[in-house]
Design a protein around this ligand. Structure first.
Ligand code: AMP
Ligand code: MG
Length: 289
């Protein structure tokens, strides 16, 4: 009984950040809900995959063929090596790439810098039927930008409200926004950076700038806490994903997405032809018979 209840707990409820919260409460190694061992998590992820794929196809059909207007946007944020790329590979690899749009946000180009910070973001908002995934996002503009003082404080301070307004606008337009902070510890990051340097196949992932961000770990902690607390809203909540263990991270993001899609309950388009007549045509009047 107790076990059954644990699996029935909503992952979104267990990982959601309370609006206005001042610090990140979950720890990078926590397993507040769901499996506590790797084998079980892998098994559940595989089972989740089939349902995720079916729901995603229904959303796509609804939006692309059924005249629907709904989409989903999953925002992934986290320190270097927190597993944004790995999550995309393992979670979105379970679905049909035709309906997925991945956008990665790097240092703004000179052209991007000439516009408002949301300009490049707006261009990547998923249209009807699509699931958009942001590998970094508009939140960089209150994270790295705040920590590195890339603009005046008055400018980044104003952005929390601008972000909330923007995300409310998305919700209005039919885009369900789900935000995930992939939470790793400084120790785990060190191990992953070392692995990147030591393994020739992973060296391309390393960037000397990663150590610059690492050296400002506590400032990033503060910036993340502020972004999560100030921008976790009813229409676009933040979730903390304990990410020191990759199997837990993948499981948790997949389940969050699953719960979101189940709630949306996408509807396959209704047919606009006479089913019986078409069956008869194919069975009896098919010229290739
Ligand atoms: P990666 O995701 O590891 O390929 O690195 C992308 C880099 O671009 C990270 O260091 C981000 O902090 C940085 N970046 C992304 N968006 C912005 C932004 N709006 N302003 C400054 N740096 C950014
Ligand atoms: Mg990197």
């Amino acid at each position: 009984m107790g076990k059954k209840q644990a699996t029935a707990t909503s992952v979104r409820d267990a990982l959601r950040v309370a609006p206005g919260s001042e610090s990140v409460l979950l720890k990078p190694g926590d397993t507040p809900v769901g499996p506590t061992a790797k084998a079980k998590a892998a098994e559940e992820l595989a089972a989740t995959g089939a349902e995720l794929a079916a729901l995603q196809e229904a959303l796509w059909a609804e939006g692309v063929f059924g005249g629907g207007s709904r989409g989903v946007l999953l925002v992934l944020q986290g320190m270097d090596t927190s597993g944004k790329g790995g999550t995309i590979e393992h979670v979105f690899g379970l679905m049909n790439p035709q309906g997925i749009r991945v956008a990665s946000f790097k240092k703004p180009t000179p052209a991007e810098r000439r516009h408002d910070f949301l300009w490049r973001i707006r261009k990547q908002v998923p249209g009807p039927g699509l699931i958009g995934v942001f590998d970094r996002s508009h939140y960089e503009d209150v994270l790295v930008v705040r920590v590195e003082s890339l603009v005046a404080q008055s400018v980044w301070e104003a952005r929390y409200q601008q972000i909330n307004d923007f995300e409310a606008e998305l919700a209005e337009q039919g885009v369900t926004v789900v935000k995930c902070f992939l939470h790793i510890s400084a120790e785990e990051q060190k191990a992953r950076l070392l692995a990147r340097l030591e393994d020739p196949a992973k060296r391309w992932k390393y960037n000397p700038d990663d150590l610059r961000a690492r050296s400002k770990w506590s400032q990033y902690e503060e910036a993340y806490a502020a972004a999560l607390g100030r921008c976790s809203t009813a229409v676009a909540p933040w979730h903390v994903i304990p990410a020191d263990r990759k199997w837990y991270r993948n499981w948790a993001v997949a389940r969050l997405l699953l719960e979101t899609l189940r709630d949306l309950d996408p509807q396959l388009p209704s047919i606009d032809y006479d089913l019986d007549a078409e069956l008869k045509r194919l069975k009896t009047a098919d010229p290739l018979n």
